[in-house]
Design a protein around this ligand. Structure first.
Ligand SMILES: Cc1ncc(C[n+]2csc(CCOP(=O)(O)OP(=O)(O)O)c2C)c(N)n1
Ligand SMILES: [Mg+2]
Length: 376
């Protein structure tokens, strides 16, 4: 009965903080309309990422998964806000911190968990693990810091060459911006006006090195030289969405690349082998969680503007937890791929034998079409 008499609005307007601009005369709108449907959609997606990664961290702690594990927890608003403005032809690529982007680009939680557990229904047939996941229009999961920035620029060149209207969202951390290749590709991207959105997820640390110790210029959005930039609050999903809309409009109008610095924070250590409290204090982490958490901030906005009730938001959180727990249970039923598959799907068209690193024998190569459907 209570929910029947609770007032709910179908949309509201919201206001974001002003954006910092570099080589731009105008920036994103600071006022925008927010529908109940969109608000609940962003809340649900951020919650799904958070719950999925909660289960992933347990897998790691219990030693049920192998390899590295870099969590996105705290940074959800960046991915969700940008993805909200992407079109079906757009692509994306990121660093090793890729679980959330897999989910955003359409992989299921079961496929992600199965990959982490080295199962054959994993997105990379269990051969990639946490840092090497791919799905349609998503080019990974890259373990080499900064490598994805050059690859993303190449993907943007492909969009331009094919004239398919796509933009490549190329994400990087604050530390990655110090890679020499970034300077080279941003120059090329601007010269060729490539459709690329460079996103810097500034979480203030490059492993354990604070930003002021690794970057002489800490205004990261100005570091593209001729590439214009904006800086926004990466803990506010609505500010990110408006910023992304502005950037996509700019790029799609043919003006070339743009750089977005999203100021954010990661709650866990760099990877799960880092406790994350030797180079920053527990108080610092707790303070951000308490005052700036992206999910909490959106919840407050939704409740304050009466777009939904507390019960409705709780139901969404419960559903996300249920989805993650069920997917994980399913993924545990998976089998490992056969050893003969170790060399499959490395090349596109090659047939013959290949020698794999760590094995003193040759394996037959085959493109199964599972990971990358043949293009012929
Ligand atoms: C070329 C290269 N150098 C060093 C490393 C080791 N390494 C992995 S992540 C990382 C820090 C990157 O920090 P940042 O770009 O801020 O991204 P974040 O992890 O904060 O998302 C380093 C130095 C690597 N993987 N590749
Ligand atoms: Mg960082």
């Amino acid at each position: 009965m209570r929910s029947l008499i609770t007032r709910r609005l179908l949309s509201t307007t919201f206001q974001s903080k002003p954006y910092d601009l570099y080589k731009l005369e105008t920036g994103p709108a600071t006022h925008a309309e927010l529908s109940r449907e969109d608000a609940l959609g962003y809340y649900r997606t951020m919650m799904r990422i958070r719950k999925m990664e909660h289960d992933i961290s347990s897998l790691y702690i219990k030693k049920q998964m192998r390899g590295f594990c870099h969590l996105y927890s705290g940074q959800e608003a960046v991915g969700v806000g940008i993805h909200a403005e992407m079109l079906p032809q757009d692509t994306s690529i990121t660093s090793y911190r890729c679980h959330a982007w897999m989910l955003l680009m359409g992989a299921t939680m079961k496929e992600i968990f199965a990959e982490l557990l080295a199962g054959q229904t994993g997105v990379s047939r269990g051969k990639g693990g946490s840092m090497h996941m791919y799905t349609k229009n998503f080019y990974g999961g890259n373990g080499i810091v900064g490598a994805q920035i050059s690859l993303g620029t190449g993907i943007a060149l492909a969009h331009q060459y094919k004239n398919d209207g796509g933009v490549c969202v190329t994400l990087m951390g604050d530390g990655a911006l110090g890679q020499g290749q970034v300077w080279e590709v941003m120059n090329m991207a601007k010269l060729m006006n490539l459709p690329v959105l460079y996103v810097i997820e500034n979480n203030f640390y490059s492993m354990g090195t604070p930003i002021a110790r690794h970057s002489a210029n800490t205004d990261l959005y100005t570091r593209g030289d001729a590439v214009p930039g904006i800086r926004l609050d990466g803990m506010d999903v609505l500010a990110v969405r408006m910023g992304a809309k502005f950037c996509f409009d700019y790029i799609r109008s043919g003006k070339g690349p743009i750089m977005m610095e999203a100021v954010t924070y990661r709650y866990s250590g760099h990877s799960l082998s880092d406790p994350g409290t030797t180079y920053r204090t527990r108080d610092e982490v707790n303070e951000v969680r308490k005052t700036q958490d992206p999910i909490m901030l959106l919840k407050k906005k939704i409740l304050a503007s009466q777009l939904a009730t507390e019960e409705e938001l709780k139901k969404i959180a419960d559903e996300a937890k249920h989805e993650a727990d069920t997917a994980l249970k399913e993924a545990f039923k998976d089998k490992e791929p056969d050893l003969k598959e170790v060399a499959y799907d490395v090349y596109c068209d090659y047939t013959g034998k290949v020698k794999m690193c760590g094995h003193n024998q040759y394996f037959e190569h085959k493109n199964t079409g599972v990971l990358r459907p043949a293009t012929k």
